[in-house]
Design a protein around this ligand. Structure first.
Ligand code: ADP
Ligand code: ADP
Length: 211
């Protein structure tokens, strides 16, 4: 589904990604682990179309990223993003925050999704009325509402306790079993183990395939 060919990225003269080639199949759950600075965020930014690489190619179902005509449309139709710091809007309710991703989505669908995440009772709350773990789950709901084909999550549990972190990874597992491709960057080796495949990055290279 995602084909990465000789991907290299420099920030000025610093090489952050060093000639990575990799194929990711539809429905796979992949974890990238590695020390801070190993290139995880840069790789995810490139794969999720947020950053143009210095050289090399990325294909999504054989479509080269450089040939995408309408990037906003492409992202809306295909990609869900989850970051460590979720950007919920404080003056909008949980429901309104989720509607930012899709104006036409029915309340019923939002309720069903929130219920899967165990937070259906929070639908009309404001972000400052709920806990950090609950806010993270709202951000995840917002990433999922359009049924993206692939979800990119960069340190999605960075500000969660271990219990909530595990819940998030269990949800990823469940989604991947239903066919959603999940690509996560994490420094947490234990959580990473819930994926089908783990790749360790070192100095911008895939150092080791662990599973
Ligand atoms: P990780 O996510 O594994 O911590 P990053 O992809 O953030 O790794 O960083 C890889 C390398 O690229 C590091 O050496 C980092 O300092 C550098 N880097 C990351 N972002 C930038 C940036 N915006 N400008 C310059 N250098 C950057
Ligand atoms: P989490 O691990 O999900 O972040 P916390 O330990 O922070 O949860 O909170 C436990 C419970 O306390 C939550 O289920 C939530 O109902 C409540 N809570 C936490 N923070 C807040 C807050 N800022 N405002 C209102 N309720 C909160």
């Amino acid at each position: 589904m995602i084909k990465i060919k000789n991907l290299t990225h420099y920030y000025n003269n610093d090489k952050a990604i060093d000639d990575i080639s990799l194929n990711i199949n539809s429905g796979e759950f992949i974890s990238f682990i590695g020390e801070s600075g190993s290139g995880k965020s840069t790789l995810l930014s490139i794969l999720s179309t947020l950053l143009k690489p210095t050289s090399g190619d990325v294909y999504f179902n054989n479509l080269n990223y450089t040939d995408i005509l309408n990037i906003d449309k492409f992202r809306k139709e295909n990609i869900g993003f989850i970051f460590q710091f979720h950007y919920l809007i404080n003056y909008l309710t949980v429901k309104e925050n989720i509607k930012l991703a899709n104006k036409r989505v029915k309340d019923e669908e939002i309720k069903n999704l929130l219920s899967t995440l165990g937070i259906e009772n929070l639908i009309d709350k404001y972000p400052n009325e709920i806990s950090g773990g609950q806010r993270q789950r709202v951000a995840i709901a917002r990433a999922l509402i359009n049924n993206p084909k692939v979800i990119f999550a960069d340190e999605p549990t960075g500000n969660l306790d271990s219990n909530n972190s595990l819940k998030v990874f269990k949800l990823f597992k469940k989604l991947s079993k239903k066919g959603t491709t999940i690509i996560v960057a994490t420094h947490d080796k234990n959580l990473a183990k819930m994926a089908n495949k783990i790749y360790e990055l070192k100095d911008g290279k895939i150092d080791e395939k662990i599973i």
